[in-house]
Design a protein around this ligand. Sequence first.
Ligand SMILES: *Cc1c(COP(=O)(O)O)cnc(C)c1O
Length: 382
Amino acid sequence: MLPYGRQSIVEDDVAAVAEVLRGDWLTTGPQVQGFEEDLAGWTGGVGCAVVSNGTAALHTAYAAAGVGPGDEVVVPPMTFVATASSAVALGAKVVFADVEEETFTLDPAAAAAAVTSRTRVVSAVDYAGHPADYDALRRSLAGSDALLLADAAHSIGATYHGRPVGSLADLTTFSFFPTKNLTTAEGGAVAATDPAVLERARRFRNIGLVRDRAEQRWPDEGGWHQEVHEFGLNYRLPDVLCALGRSQLRRLGDFLAARERLVRRYDEALAELPGVLLPARRSWARPAWHLYPIRVLDGRRREVYDRMRAAGIGVQVNYIPVHWHPAFADLGYRRGSCPVAESFYEQQLSLPLYPGLSDTDQERVVDALAAALRGAPAASAA
Ligand SMILES: *Cc1c(COP(=O)(O)O)cnc(C)c1O
């Protein structure tokens, strides 16, 4: 089965990991700071804290923003559930706001309508790697002291009006899961434009420990003295994985170029195919294409998914609207509240897209899609 996404690991990655394994530090050594500095090279210099996965990055970012009980967090439903559930984990109320047509990123007008005096964070998601409209989102926060967060799990390396993802919102989160644009197996990061917020994020990922004598509250107990002022968790990313991340980051430019080339080939090959709509991009965006999300018209998404899977093409659906999950339904959230996201979901299908996808395999995908739409019997998996 051709997957919808997969990692690209080369011998340099293996060597980088092996070198750290043979050294003195397995976790919280020099590779952590090195990876954070290398990441800042992609965020326009905005400081980063690496953490153990993208969900932990969201949890850490919300904690650093001070999200707690009584607060509201505005989230679009067209995302992975963690964008919302990590705010619930801190006791906040999630308010779903619909997405824009065509890019399926958070609609600034819907966000503005959702903001109240209790809103602590407004989270945009760079769906498929296409940046949300951050300048318009910033305007929809005017008069509120809410922070703007970018869930950039799909979009590291993308730009908006020439400015890099990581510098567009107050807080930005990344995921380094194997299907994402670069991988550390499990891993993630938080970028924060305010150094004080970044420091809170660093503390949260390290159990809340305060080791700097100047900041401690109690008299010195001795050389072992450490204090917790605010509760945190152990969300540290080990040195071994930071070494993998640094090695992967050296190829991020190549990964993005390969994705862009494959997207162009899909755009050309599928342009005349009836029954589907192709992903759109705004003139101001240079996306970091993580997904190639098409829309299958005439209520045929399920049928096309099943036929392509039977033909050995691992298409995927991203995503079931978050408020449809039973955990949100149990909290009183109802279907129908975000019609743009919900009708997009009914049509959405992600075609395989990753740097190692060969031209021949991509042609197989195109042929299988055309055959599925013709209603022809599924070709056998080669
Ligand atoms: C993958 C993903 C996450 C979560 O990242 P993990 O590393 O899998 O925990 C969060 N948000 C979005 C949009 C994602 O795609």
